[in-house]
Write a protein that binds this ligand. Sequence first.
Ligand SMILES: C[S@@+](CC[C@H](N)C(=O)[O-])C[C@H]1O[C@@H](n2cnc3c(N)ncnc32)[C@H](O)[C@@H]1O
Length: 206
Amino acid sequence: MYNKNTLKVQKRYNRFSFFYDYLEYLLEKILFTKLRKETLGNLNGNILEIGVGTGKNLLFYGSKTNITGVDISPKMLNKARQRAGKLNKKINLLEMDAQDLKFKDNSFDYVIGTFILCSIPEPIKALKEIKRVVKPTGKIIFIEHVLSKNKFIAFLEWLHNPITVWLLGLNVNRDTRKNILESGIHITRDENLAFFDVFRRFTGVK
Ligand SMILES: C[S@@+](CC[C@H](N)C(=O)[O-])C[C@H]1O[C@@H](n2cnc3c(N)ncnc32)[C@H](O)[C@@H]1O
């Protein structure tokens, strides 16, 4: 059974599953789709996607991949299943908590997360699980919006965090780089993608 905070996040995403893709429509058009494409298009092998949501990434994985997607929200997963059904790819979608993954150690060639470490109640716990299930030769890739090093931007992020938490259980002021390092994952690449250093891609290994 999920703990209280995880249940809260689950409820929020269940509630917003219907609107979710519409809420992100503009950002998707101007930025996210491009980032998904360039990040996922060349991956091969056994892939785990954490917080697969409505399945927006599924389209962009190559044909030589075996994809497992997990999410805490059954309603977000229903949307992802509709998307997956239209694609001719090996995709397995499961309800599962990223903080307690039911996979064996060293199972995946890649673990992917896009805009997910902001909403998991205990991100370091999830990151330790991700580290456990990725192969020693595997890669971990996240695209995230994170707390800026720029004081003014960081102030704005702190200011509107209560609204995004209330609306989507989404924390825009998390120091995700620090959390990744604290989990023991080694960051091999840290790229600023957009809005100064707010949208970032982290590549790592266990
Ligand atoms: C902001 S959405 C991102 C969805 C998708 N990755 C994307 O790029 O559009 C965050 C997703 O993480 C899921 N989530 C939140 N906490 C989770 C947890 N503990 N375990 C698994 N999924 C979780 C939510 O249900 C939601 O679908």
